[in-house]
Write a protein that binds this ligand. Structure first.
Ligand SMILES: Cc1cc2nc3c(=O)[nH]c(=O)nc-3n(C[C@H](O)[C@H](O)[C@H](O)COP(=O)(O)OP(=O)(O)OC[C@H]3O[C@@H](n4cnc5c(N)ncnc54)[C@H](O)[C@@H]3O)c2cc1C
Length: 465
């Protein structure tokens, strides 16, 4: 295969060498060509397994990339051979947007280099860095990149679609911390956002597999808080109406929380749990007020904790190994009234189908003050998520859960909820363009037309011209 970008030409084009403020995580030891894996070859089958094992798609070729030049080479090869390109960093896409059938999959898991600038203010990372590796790298150095909670999620996919977690209300989304990045376009060109600022706008929430491959990202960091305070309250309401009332009351309590406190409401079969976390002590006045309100609703806790961040975060990392599931965005809300018309239907489903889970997370705070970007949902302080997991091979359970989760989706759609998180996709969202991107879709189309006019980089919900 023709070598399109030598290491030297990449560094010249991106300005990666010789500019003090810019650190490149790539070294001369990294190959300019991808390692190609074909069906039947050693490692091909295992490389095809995404985090959601419901997805059985197999590509025609996997290109394992370790440098921007190798990504550029693979994209050019695909373009010349009219093959679609799917981009995979951490492989956690709910619906398999990072794998395609009979095309080329770029496996970026090996592009996991990390550098912290000497002042600690700028963190440069490859897209294949997993969240737990980012935390493990930054926390001992006293810094934090606010990101998601699940340890195995890729920094690439998370950032390019938004990225929220326990610290988003206090500091903003992961994509709000993105200060610049290097992208290989659908034409196989290496471009830096300093030369094309529109790329930065787009990749803050609208960059997932749409028109380019993020190969190196530069983030502003936060000084890491010392610890994380957490408290979990639970209750087992005896009826659907009691559960609905608890949900309503939680929305009122959560709406009053100050920015540092994150809260999630999880309704799992007949149990309701409320998590509250904060970098501050759980004994503070806001925490205490919210706790008292939850107790007055009959919720109980086993006590609060406040431990070092590096010890606290792994508690939220979730399962490391792939599993079958169906999750999707339950929509953005301004408050309980938005989801109220669907509330009874959702609660009926989760109470009658064990394994059907509905969660609402608090956003708002610093997210509302974030930069102008392709992430269009800043004014919404709540995000819902429908989840179902089942045991591999349990076909009856799977069928029941899939049917139930579909009824949950229909209840949400019936309530007129039309805004959804790009990182929580389902192929069932008919109006996904506006659901995920709002008015920004047109602007994303212009970028697509400019840097990937032949639609080389694509998946079933990617931006088209
Ligand atoms: C268990 C679990 C927990 C999660 N927890 C959170 C959470 O706490 N907060 C949150 O915000 N989200 C969370 N998510 C959603 C998560 O943000 C998305 O699934 C995200 O897209 C995954 O990124 P990835 O790199 O792992 O996935 P991938 O499957 O590799 O990619 C996902 C999408 O991004 C695109 N993409 C990936 N890398 C690149 C790149 N380098 N350049 C261009 N496009 C790229 C792909 O084409 C695909 O469309 C969670 C998901 C799961 C499965």
């Amino acid at each position: 295969m023709k070598l399109n970008y030598s290491r030297r030409s990449f560094f010249q084009k991106s300005g990666a060498v010789g500019i003090g403020s810019f650190l490149s995580p790539y070294t001369n030891a990294q190959a300019d060509e991808p390692l190609w894996l074909r069906p039947g070859e050693n490692g091909f089958s295992s490389a095809c397994v995404p985090f959601n094992t419901e997805i059985r798609t197999k590509p025609g070729l996997i290109a394992r990339c370790h440098s921007p030049a190798s990504v550029a080479s693979a994209v050019k090869y695909a373009g010349e051979n009219r093959l679609p390109v799917a981009v995979r960093s951490g492989g956690h896409s709910f619906v398999g947007h990072s794998i395609n059938a009979d095309g080329v999959v770029l496996d970026l898991s090996g592009m996991n280099q990390q550098i912290l600038s000497s002042t600690g203010e700028i963190y440069t990372a490859g897209p294949g860095v997993k969240l737990k590796n980012a935390y493990d790298f930054l926390l001992p150095q006293g810094h934090l990149l606010p990101a998601g909670s699940c340890g195995g999620v890729g920094l690439g996919g998370l950032t390019l679609g938004g990225g929220y977690g326990l610290f988003a209300r206090q500091y903003g989304l992961t994509c709000d911390h993105l200060e610049g990045l290097t992208v290989v376009t659908g034409k196989g060109e290496v471009v830096d956002s300093r030369d094309d600022p529109e790329l930065l706008w787009a990749c803050r929430g609208g960059g997932n597999g749409n028109f380019g491959v993020a190969v190196s990202m530069r983030f502003r960091t936060q000084v890491a808080p010392q610890g994380l305070g957490a408290v979990r309250y639970t209750a087992s309401p005896s009826s659907e109406s009691e559960m609905l009332n608890l949900m309503k009351e939680w929305f009122s309590i959560a709406a009053e929380l100050p920015d540092p406190i994150f809260s999630a409401l999880v309704m799992n079969h007949k149990q309701v749990s409320v998590l509250m976390t904060s970098p501050h002590s759980p004994g503070g006045p806001a925490f205490s007020r919210a706790s008292e309100a939850l107790r007055s609703l009959g919720m109980r806790t086993k006590g609060a904790s406040h431990v070092a961040l590096a010890k606290a975060l792994p508690r939220y990392y979730g399962r490391p190994n792939p599993l079958p599931f169906r999750n999707f965005s339950g929509g953005y809300y301004r408050g309980f009234d938005d989801i109220a018309p669907a509330g009874a239907g959702i609660i009926h489903e989760i109470r009658s189908t064990p394994g059907s889970i509905f969660q609402v997370n608090t956003l708002g705070g610093a997210i509302t003050r974030g930069p102008d970007s392709a992430y269009p949902h800043r004014e919404f302080p709540f995000l819902g998520e429908a989840q179902t997991y089942w045991k591999p091979g349990e076909y009856a359970q799977r069928e029941a859960l899939l049917e139930s989760s579909e009824r949950v989706r229909l209840a949400i759609a019936g309530a007129g909820i039309t805004r959804h998180y790009r990182n929580y996709p389902t192929l069932k969202f008919e109006n996904w363009r506006s659901d995920y991107y709002g008015e920004g879709y047109r602007r994303l189309q212009q970028i697509k037309a400019r840097i990937d006019p032949d639609n080389v980089i694509r998946h079933r919900q990617s931006v088209t011209v």
